[in-house]
Ligand binder design. Structure first.
Ligand SMILES: *Cc1c(COP(=O)(O)O)cnc(C)c1O
Length: 364
């Protein structure tokens, strides 16, 4: 029996081979490879898709978040609230600016930041709340925006795992003051290399990020700010423009698999993901929890089903954040001990999903 792969990137991108070959020729023939027509068009398309006024593409998702924090002017002495249960990039973006990340525990049901635990972490130094739509599920942004308004804070979305998710009629990326996206190959909208973007309705912020990503320069050789080199390639922009057209379709297929898993996995040692609003989840990952996670992973592996752990070590337990190692964050720690991600992707066959379900239902 063939292995059920966790994510078959080759199969995902093969679907677009013909269109991508044409785009590739187009870019070569243009003779222009950085900040040209392809980037401009993709930015326009992605802003339209998210429903925002602006999209500024950058080199990767981490840079998108770093540049948002930088452009808002947050740095040394400022505190930014961020979920303790996230991929470390969200937190690194704050540290990279010299600002202090303040960790907040997640809701055990959604794995996203618990809005009820934010207020107690706000001090006179707090400048912003960074939320993460983890595993593809939009956070409860309404409650968070209300808190931000009360305390005059900015809200930054880390949307790297949730391209296309909808919350109360609006897309992720258009739910707060600014949003960072990643187009890393494995994301719901993935390039054939690194890529990222910022979306926002804030004209000043958009302008600043546009300048900052290109050496702090708007007019060549005239430098307004101490900027960076963080640009999306023309070639990646051309590929992303193609794949964006199919994003809703791909997310719908992910949702079908998730629905099938949720309906059919029935094993009382396994906790299934909980969904607040169906359209608010684009299933970047399908994450279950179980007491003896390593045993379950081994069982799946022996039966030729790949699974992964997102994530094995909590950010506050990482060597990179030694200063936090003795901090106690029990909900985050429990999640890191118990989670396991099952295969899910737009190219997964129904027969593969069936096999995963059968295996899980006969596991004890
Ligand atoms: C992938 C990811 C990032 C970083 O994106 P890169 O493009 O790899 O830099 C940031 N935050 C989250 C939640 C992610 O999953």
């Amino acid at each position: 029996m063939e292995t059920v792969s966790f994510l078959n990137l080759k199969k995902i991108n093969e679907k677009y081979l013909t269109e991508m070959e044409l785009a590739f020729k187009d870019v070569i023939n243009s003779g222009w490879y950085i900040l040209g027509k392809q980037v401009e068009e993709f930015e326009k398309d992605f802003a339209n898709y998210c429903g925002t006024k602006h999209c500024i593409s950058v080199a990767n998702g981490l840079d998108a978040l770093i540049l948002i924090v930088k452009a808002f002017g947050f740095g040394v002495g400022d505190e930014i609230i961020v979920p303790a249960n996230t991929y470390i990039a969200s937190i690194l973006a704050i540290s990279a600016n010299g600002a202090t990340p303040v960790l907040v525990e997640p809701d055990i049901n959604t794995y996203n930041i618990d809005p009820e635990k934010i207020k107690e972490k706000i001090t006179s130094k707090t400048k912003a709340i960074m939320v993460v739509h983890l595993y593809g599920q939009a956070v409860e942004i309404k409650k968070i925006n209300e808190i931000a308004k009360e305390y005059n804070l900015k809200v930054i979305e880390d949307s790297a795992q949730a391209h296309g998710a909808v919350y109360a009629g609006k897309r992720v990326g258009n739910l707060a003051d600014a949003s960072g996206f990643s187009f890393y190959p494995g994301k719901n909208l993935g390039a054939l290399g690194d890529g990222g973007a910022v979306t926002t309705n804030d004209d000043d912020l958009a302008y600043k990020i546009k300048v900052l990503r290109n050496y702090g320069s708007e007019i060549k050789y005239k430098n307004m700010y101490k900027g960076f080199n963080s640009r999306l390639d023309e070639l990646q922009a051309a590929f992303l423009k193609i794949k964006l057209k199919y994003l809703d379709e791909d997310n719908a297929r992910r949702r079908e698999i998730a629905t099938y898993y949720r309906k059919n996995i029935s094993n009382n040692t396994i906790i299934l993901p909980q969904v607040k609003y169906e359209e608010g989840h684009v299933w970047h990952l399908f994450v279950i929890r179980t007491e003896n996670r390593d045993k379950l992973q081994k069982y799946l592996q022996e039966n030729k089903v790949q699974s992964l752990i997102h994530y094995p070590i909590a950010p506050h337990k990482q060597n990179a954040y030694k200063e936090w190692n003795s901090m106690s964050l029990p909900v985050t720690e429990k999640i890191h001990e118990q989670v396991l991600s099952l295969p899910i992707s737009p190219v997964m066959e129904h027969s593969e999903a069936e096999r995963v379900v059968e295996l899980l239902n006969s596991y004890d």
